[in-house]
Design a protein around this ligand. Structure first.
Ligand code: 13P
Length: 249
């Protein structure tokens, strides 16, 4: 039985005061006993959120990290730095990075490898655009996104990776995938892993993201291959996020 996982991706939102208050309220709700919970604040607020989560079961992560170890890469944040400030995890290949920062499958794979090398749990985000969805290309698109990481990192790495399926057309749109739509893609991703190693495929968490709210979380998480969620908008309200975590627990 895979333990469920719920992440809160705050994206480009908040302030120092809001980060402390939101993380504090989530920690106070004491939700980590039956579900793994991770918070992904903007980089400048990692310090506040790590402090709020210290001693709790909630882990903290970066929203992105560099494929480079160190050096002349202005604006980048390394996996080692994230570890250094107390992060345990990091998002890789979020669709907003792929879309607005032209991150390729190969670059995302390099970022996953670098995060793993520094002991972070990468959350590999995959998902198709609306155009690709309507063209019937979902399986090919997410399959290629996953294959690039399998090739670069090897199947054993998936013992330390969380996969997040986030259809781009569902992110921030209020148009959530149906449980069946998401389940079908999750099953496809799991079978792709299983072709290399059925045991690892059976234990890898594959979570869904895209307009998850307190009202639709339980039915999504009830699907056989949906192991939790990566939450955007609803992660900015402690009560909504906590209730989504409760639906996973
Ligand atoms: P929303 O929950 O706002 O749709 O965002 C999902 C997401 O992109 C999480 O990474």
């Amino acid at each position: 039985m895979r333990r469920k996982w719920v992440g809160g991706n705050w994206k480009l939102n908040g302030s120092r005061a809001m980060a402390s208050a939101l993380a504090g309220a989530i920690v106070d709700a004491d939700i980590g006993s039956t579900v793994d919970v991770a918070l992904f604040p903007p980089f400048p607020y990692l310090r506040e959120v790590c402090a709020a989560c210290a001693g709790s079961r909630i882990v903290v992560g970066g929203q992105d990290s560099s494929q480079h170890e160190a050096g002349a890469f202005t604006g980048e944040v390394s996996a080692a730095m994230l570890r250094d400030v107390g992060c345990a995890t990091v998002l890789a290949g979020h669709s907003e990075r792929r879309q607005f920062h032209q991150e390729s499958n190969e670059l995302v794979a390099a970022k996953v490898a670098q995060a793993l090398a520094h002991g972070l749990t990468p959350v590999l985000c995959v998902g198709e655009t609306l155009e690709q969805h309507e063209a019937g290309a979902t399986a090919a698109v997410v399959g290629n996104q996953l294959a690039a990481v399998m090739e670069r990192c090897g199947i054993a790495a998936f013992g330390h990776i969380v996969i997040a399926y986030e259809p781009v057309w569902a992110i921030g749109t209020g148009r959530c995938a149906t449980p069946q739509q998401a389940q079908d893609v999750h099953a496809l991703l799991r079978s792709q892993l299983a072709r290399d190693d059925a045991t690892i495929a059976g234990s890898t968490r594959i979570v869904y993201g895209g307009s998850v709210k307190p009202g639709n979380a339980a039915e999504l998480f009830a699907e056989a291959d949906i192991d939790g969620g990566l939450i955007g908008g609803a992660a900015l309200q402690a009560t909504d996020f906590v209730s989504i975590c409760a639906a996973a627990g």
